[in-house]
Write a protein that binds this ligand. Structure first.
Ligand SMILES: Nc1ncnc2c1ncn2[C@@H]1O[C@H](COP(=O)(O)OP(=O)(O)OP(=O)(O)O)[C@@H](O)[C@H]1O
Ligand SMILES: [Mg+2]
Length: 276
């Protein structure tokens, strides 16, 4: 469903006119319902890869190669066509959920506006549906949350709201950029478990950006290891763990924090054992 070929990104410094190569001709593809983890050190180009797919790369930068989503080449598409594809097919879950919601709107408005057919349905039904969405992401006091402004909710609760909103738009591809990094550790595990569960329920494809290799391995079918703007290798979590092709991947594996001194894999709240 997503096919990225030779993706390059070059940014020009407006003051010096100097061009920097940020992405170096990366290729990867993603099938329906598949989750790909993008892992690698800070500055390796993970977020920029997602930005190119979303068409929100920095102003003045040049994108090359092709990004084909469900048969549409996003880099060749016209503005209107692009707007449609993005609105219908993509949903972004970013690090800071506060950035995703309009601070002056109630959660209820946020969820209703995200519904694909919001205009065609009566208000009471839309509200009932919004409450249903919240229950789907494990929120029980739906009345209170629907009436809240973003700043009145904790980061973890708000990230659940963002996930509910993302799912309700019925996208085909979720782009999650360190979706739990801003949350405390317990909440992180809960939010990741919900994201993973909803994604599977709805059969969505996902690109999951993380510098937590164990976490990415636990919920992704394949991992792409990035360094200095290049994808060094792509493989299943087992391949990356047992048969790394590059010294860098080996070093990345070795540098993981030793969370499990007894050699036991961490377990997500939904019972999934991580396997790296
Ligand atoms: N607006 C920008 N203009 C020019 N260069 C940028 C801009 N934003 C990021 N970069 C550069 O692009 C490169 C890739 O950045 P990117 O944000 O994709 O890294 P990342 O892998 O997501 O890192 P992190 O794990 O810290 O989020 C970095 O060298 C960064 O300095
Ligand atoms: Mg980033």
């Amino acid at each position: 469903m997503l096919n990225v070929e030779g993706l390059t990104l070059a940014v020009t410094d407006p003051d010096t006119g100097q061009e920097t190569e940020i992405l170096r001709g990366n290729s990867f593809s993603l099938g329906q319902g598949e989750a790909l983890g993008l892992v690698g050190e800070s500055g390796s180009g993970k977020s920029m890869t997602l930005k190119c797919i979303l068409g929100i790369e920095p102003p003045g930068s040049k994108v090359g190669g092709s990004i084909e989503l469900g048969g549409t080449d996003l880099l060749a598409a016209s503005g209107e066509q692009l707007r449609k594809v993005r609105a219908n097919e993509l949903a972004l879950i970013a690090q800071n959920p506060h950035g995703a919601l309009n601070p002056v709107l109630h959660v209820e408005r946020f969820l209703i506006e995200g519904m694909a057919d919001a205009r065609g349905i009566p208000k009471a039904e839309a509200k009932a549906r919004a409450a249903g969405l919240l229950r789907q992401v494990g929120i029980t006091d739906t009345e209170r949350v629907l009436r809240s402004y973003p700043h009145q909710l904790s980061g973890g609760l708000l990230q659940r709201v963002v996930i509910a909103g993302a799912i309700s738009g019925e996208p085909r591809l979720l782009l999650a950029d360190e979706p739990t990094t801003a949350l405390d550790v317990t909440t992180q595990a809960e939010v990741v478990a919900i994201l993973d569960e909803k994604r599977r329920e709805h059969g969505l494809s996902m690109i999951f950006v993380s510098h937590d290799l164990d976490l990415a391995a636990a919920i992704c079918d394949r991992l792409a290891v990035m360094k200095d703007g290049a994808i060094l290798e792509i493989g299943t979590p087992e391949e990356i763990r047992d048969r790394p092709k590059t010294d860098y991947t080996r070093a990345l594996m070795a540098a993981r924090p030793l969370l499990h001194p007894e050699g036991r894999a961490p377990v997500l709240p939904n019972g999934t054992e991580t396997d790296v």
